[in-house]
Write a protein that binds this ligand. Structure first.
Ligand code: PBG
Length: 326
């Protein structure tokens, strides 16, 4: 019998050969670290369903960001958790609100060598936990919500955000925020748009971290239905059309097909959000000794890059950056 001439194993024989033909390489510069800052606490509080992640004080936020930055991660996404919530979420655009104070602290700590992003939404700030203001029937009112998003965008830009990240999935939110930023003189502030964000149960631990679980109902009236891929592409194209600078797919691992299609069909800078539930799964298995944490995390993050994401928002950023450094 003739042996095959084509032998893929030749290129797998040594680490040097494998490195030579590697198609995708993960780097700390591909990672965006999400961070939570909470008002009215004296010490950082660990999030039970996200071991290793904290609700930070302003002081511990600076320290954590500096440590992550020292490992080569250059971008951060900040979430604020206010003490006072109301029906319209007005703390979200308070110039002295916790998110704005956190943004100023990060800018002071890290300056322009880093990219400070602000999650732009209302669910952490409303007393009912929805991502917008409600109409008389208790549904999220799209246009009234977008009016609030404009104010938040300007407050976040004034506080020093390099980019804002609208995550509420309201129709027309990117265009409205772009207009508001431009009108306030913030043409230079960018938009990283949560473009294809699905109504996912993988956000469970985040809602504990950000104290934003809806008091009634769910988010299926504004976030996307998980089976829909064509619609995801339409959402991504719409956000690009409206002025997004980077578009995002979220969650990441259960939606790798969406990331790939969105990248192929747009060739636009693409981010993917490796969300809280994805983090919690690997963390839990690792803490039980069931999986090798370092290996599974790097494999999962690499798969997201391979699917077409240029950037990954991930709670593993701090650990992964250290592992990548060797
Ligand atoms: C909304 C927002 C959520 C996440 C990021 N921005 C929660 C939601 O839509 O319910 C989830 C992130 C994660 O699970 O890690 N402000």
């Amino acid at each position: 019998m003739a042996f095959p001439r084509h032998r893929p194993r030749r290129l797998r024989r040594t680490p040097a050969l494998r490195a030579l033909v590697r198609e995708v390489e993960l780097s700390p510069r591909d990672l965006i670290a999400p961070l939570f800052v909470k008002e009215g606490i004296a010490e950082p509080v660990e999030i039970p369903s996200m071991p290793g992640q904290y609700q930070h004080t302003l002081e511990s936020l600076r320290k954590e960001a500096a440590e992550i930055a020292a490992r080569g991660v250059t971008a951060f996404m900040l979430f604020g958790v206010p003490e006072r919530k109301d029906a319209e979420g007005s703390e979200a655009w308070n110039p002295d609100g916790i998110a704005q104070r956190g943004l100023r602290a990060l800018r002071e700590e890290l300056g322009d060598d880093h990219v400070i992003m602000a999650d732009l939404c209302l669910d952490e700030y409303t007393d009912h936990g929805h991502c917008g203001v409600l109409d008389e029937e208790g549904h999220v009112d799209n246009d009234a919500t977008v009016e609030r998003y404009r104010r938040i965008a300007v407050a976040q830009a004034e506080a020093g955000a390099h980019m804002v990240g609208p995550s509420g999935m309201m129709d027309g939110q990117v265009a409205a925020i772009r207009d508001a930023l431009d009108a306030a003189g913030f043409q230079r502030v960018g938009i990283i748009a949560y473009a294809a964000k699905f109504a996912s149960a993988f956000y469970g631990p985040f809602r504990e971290a950000a104290e934003c679980a809806p008091r009634f109902g769910d988010r299926t009236g504004y976030q996307m239905d998980p089976p829909n891929a064509d619609e995801a592409i339409r959402e991504v194209l719409a956000d690009i059309e409206e002025g997004a600078d980077i578009v995002m797919v979220k969650p990441a691992l259960p939606y790798l097909d969406i990331i790939r299609r969105a990248k192929d069909e747009t060739r636009f800078p693409m981010a993917a959000y490796n969300v809280s539930g994805e983090y919690a799964m690997l963390k839990a298995a690792a803490l039980n000794g069931w999986l090798d944490e370092r290996k599974v995390v790097l494999e999962a993050l690499t798969s997201i890059r391979r699917a077409g994401a240029d950037l990954i928002l991930t709670y593993h950023a701090k650990d992964a950056a250290a592992w990548l450094a060797g």
